[in-house]
Design a protein around this ligand. Structure first.
Ligand SMILES: [Ca+2]
Length: 141
């Protein structure tokens, strides 16, 4: 497949150039709606850019000293019942993990929930830390 790129010097930095040279606001690029006459604003809207030949999703990203750094944040927003006999308590919390994977590149990202989103099939390709709480009443994924 051959892609043709039409450069338009009429578009400003906040605009996207359709293949026919029409300038549209960049917010319409990869929003799921064909605004360009030729639909070029919805071409190649994938979010995840990895080399499927060299990226191994089973392997974590490592730093130069062969470590994988994962920053963890926990926010407890609810403390419920406490049963001292059973030695259990109920708590609601938000658990977030942050890490950097230099093997992954993203494109076509938008602020908020509009626009291109990473597909579930794309999420399956990347390495994500597996976390489990062995002493919880319910499994948490
Ligand atoms: Ca569009």
């Amino acid at each position: 497949m051959q892609n043709q790129i039409c450069l338009s010097f009429q578009c400003n930095l906040q605009e996207f150039s359709c293949h026919d040279g029409t300038c549209l606001n960049s917010s319409v690029r990869c929003n799921g709606i064909n605004e360009c006459f030729d639909g070029s604003d919805e071409i190649d809207c994938r979010v995840l850019k990895i080399s499927q030949d060299s990226y191994l999703g089973a392997n974590p990203p490592v730093t130069d000293d062969r470590r994988t750094i994962i920053n963890v944040s926990t926010e407890i927003f609810y403390i419920g019942s406490f049963d001292p006999k059973a030695m259990t308590f109920v708590v609601g919390f938000k658990f977030e993990m942050f890490w950097f994977d230099s093997r992954i590149k993203f494109a076509n990202l938008k602020n908020g929930t509009s626009g291109a989103q990473m597909l579930e099939s794309e999420k399956q390709l990347i390495w994500i830390p597996k976390i489990f709480f062995s002493n919880s009443l319910q499994s948490i994924d």
